[in-house]
Design a protein around this ligand. Sequence first.
Ligand code: PMV
Length: 344
Amino acid sequence: MSIYTATTTAPVNIATLKYWGKRDKTLNLPTNSSISVTLSQDDLRTLTSVATSEKFNEDKLWLNGKEESLGSERTQNCLKDLRSLRKQLEDSDSNLPKISEFGLHIVSENNFPTAAGLASSAAGFSALVVAIAKLYKLPQSFSEISKIARKGSGSACRSLFGGYVAWEMGSEEDGSDSKAVEVAPVEHWSNIKAVILVVSADKKDTPSTSGMQTTVATSDLFQWRIKEVVPKRFEEMKKSIIEKNFPLFAELTMKDSNSFHATCLDSYPPIFYLNDTSKKIIKLVHAINDFYGETIAAYTFDAGPNAVIYYLEENESKLFSIIYKLFNKVEGWSSKYSSEQLGE
Ligand code: PMV
């Protein structure tokens, strides 16, 4: 019996210009383009291994040690596309083993809480699609493969690239031009860092798909956001990355997080992702920037209360000496950030 295997890891990406709204739910086509920063592989990531063999007569998935259903339409769409690309290869080269016909066994593990607004679906679908593309030895570029990951979870298409990534919304009805592209590699601006303040590790209240549908259907503010705000911000944010202009990048990131949560609040019934602790973190970051007289930190929040704070490495002690003072009783700080080391 032959068994074929492949393994990959995919990191989480955190949007600095948010994707919120679908123009096609099945294909996961967005109502606006978005931008994100992919975190380092050493931080939050999904590790996925896949195996296939003529002995496997069905597809199976184990997520964090527990068998889960592979029945969702989104997962099925990804598997169908990957199999059909492999089939094309097999049809054009009779020496290739016909593994597209075999069942797939997929084992996936996150090193962080699943579905707590920490973009687990992005890393999860990206790892799933890349692992199978590797197993099938597909020759397509990462941008091409990102269109398949997009069908699993929109934001997953951005996790195929490291560094600074744009998801271009595209205009084709079949989604053929809605893909992720690199804005800049991580080495271009390698001194940006992110700290995540986990306000709650519970599953989120309103899943992103249903939240987006409510917003698209009911919020007037959302129409303004996608037509008047995001297109301009998309260009400005790309420029801020190319020029490594942190104060501008930070301002656009914070404004975009606020704009996205404002459309959630403007939805009917309203959707609340931020809680009182999240709001205190927003105030704190503004207070820190005011205190230093320059923008050294930027917050952003996805579909949950947890904060991601972007900052430049050289400002780490400035930022952490304040945050650590407030949160040092909370678990999760490395000894590196003890007040002693911060020179207090
Ligand atoms: O890809 P989804 O369906 O999990 O939606 C992601 C939505 C946000 O995280 C709030 C924004 C984004 O661009 O990642």
